[in-house]
Design a protein around this ligand. Structure first.
Ligand SMILES: Cc1cc2nc3c(=O)[nH]c(=O)nc-3n(C[C@H](O)[C@H](O)[C@H](O)COP(=O)(O)OP(=O)(O)OC[C@H]3O[C@@H](n4cnc5c(N)ncnc54)[C@H](O)[C@@H]3O)c2cc1C
Length: 347
């Protein structure tokens, strides 16, 4: 997908990069660095691995529906790079192994002044006509397009397997700070999601709690997203192994326990949208915390002191980590390359 760049000659030592985090962001970043930078040893350090990360439990739909205004342009680019990456993966032999499914569906909203900035770049995007909306009473606007759902545990376990096969190292450890990391690394890439709040003492990253239900309903072949007047989002998302029903978006709620009132509310809203779900069998329930920040932090750190290694941050993807991971991994790798090139010049 991208040609590897040789940074060090045979006489030089290999560069060493540590990636903190083994969710969608950390694993894709670690793989992208391996793919693009030769003569570079990459180590993943994380306390949680698949299937125990937030990424694993997420609904796994590619859809840039919560795009922070301040980063609209760059987030759109990250989303479209990820769409392209998933497109190639879906058309490869590995599509089932990686849990990637191409899927079309409906997205209802209360207001739509302009088409979203990604509308021309996804397959089959169109506004729903009044005739079609009639079948969904109370919905004023809607769009229809083709996106991807990902069975995230399949994606992450495939990423990790590939990372190890390509010579990557893995350390299972909870870090109290980045300063704890062995000083032999040239660059540390911080992909710690909500963990960044503690790791960096970053008060700008907060949890947005989400509850989902997974059901068996193989007759549902399209996705449905419905944003109502109070901005509550209801969704029905068929994946490879189950249909995900959601959702909730609760600011500052730190609980990863299931909440029965949330579960009942989700079921009621989803049944209103798709009554046949009454016959679906519940496979499981899950609640997780979106790593929400007003802007995604993808940059070289210029403030953290006390470290020999340079730091690149890639965290705070909120409700869009599975929509943006590959675009962000590419940009984080560009920053690592810049740092290693300047380090090489000084060697
Ligand atoms: C209910 C719900 C539904 C969602 N649905 C979607 C969806 O349909 N589409 C979409 O795009 N997004 C969705 N999301 C959002 C998505 O899950 C997140 O944006 C994404 O998981 C963030 O990935 P991440 O790799 O940055 O973080 P995580 O998956 O949380 O991974 C963080 C990693 O960092 C490690 N770490 C953290 N702190 C430390 C430390 N101190 N020491 C060592 N390791 C550490 C953790 O162990 C873990 O390995 C949903 C989220 C929820 C809660």
């Amino acid at each position: 997908m991208c040609s590897a760049l040789l940074l060090a000659s045979a006489m030089d030592r290999n560069f060493r990069v540590a990636v903190v985090g083994a969710g969608a962001t950390g694993l894709s970043t670690a793989l992208c660095i391996q793919n693009r930078i030769r003569n570079c040893d990459v180590t993943i350090i994380a306390d949680k691995f698949s299937p125990s990360t937030t990424s694993d439990g997420s609904a796994g739909l590619w859809t840039p529906f919560i795009v922070p205004d301040k980063q609209k342009e760059i987030v759109t680019r990250w989303a479209l790079q990820t769409y392209r990456y998933l497109w190639d993966l879906f058309h490869s032999e590995a599509a089932y192994q990686y849990g990637v499914q191409l899927i079309s569906g409906f997205n209802f909203c209360q207001e739509m002044k302009n088409e979203p900035p990604w509308s021309k770049s996804v397959v089959g995007f169109r506004r729903l006509g009044n005739e079609e909306l009639k079948d969904y009473p109370g919905r004023e606007f809607g769009i229809f397009y083709t996106a991807f759902t990902i069975d995230v545990p399949s994606l992450l376990s495939s990423f990790l397997r590939k990372f190890r096969e390509q010579g990557g190292f893995v350390i299972a450890k909870k870090l109290k700070s980045l300063q704890e990391i062995d000083s032999s690394y040239d660059v540390i890439v911080n992909c710690s999601g909500l963990g960044a709040a503690e790791l960096l003492d970053d008060a700008t990253i907060k949890p947005k709690r989400g509850q989902v239900i997974r059901v068996k309903a193989p007759w549902i072949k399209h996705f449905y997203i419905d944003i109502d007047k109070s901005d509550d989002v209801t969704y029905i998302l068929p994946g490879v192994n189950s249909v995900v029903l959601g959702g909730t978006s609760q600011d500052g709620n730190n609980s990863t326990e299931d909440n029965q009132a949330d579960i009942d509310g989700i079921r009621e809203r989803c049944l209103k949208l798709m009554p046949s779900l009454r016959d679906s069998k519940v496979q499981g329930t899950w609640a997780g915390l979106r790593p929400y920040r007003e802007t995604i932090r993808l940059e070289i750190d210029k403030v953290t002191a006390g470290l020999k290694a340079k730091i690149v941050h890639n965290y705070g993807h909120g409700g869009s980590g599975l929509t943006l991971f590959w675009g962000c991994a590419e940009d984080a790798t560009n920053l690592v390359l810049d740092l290693l090139k300047s380090r090489k010049a000084r060697l």
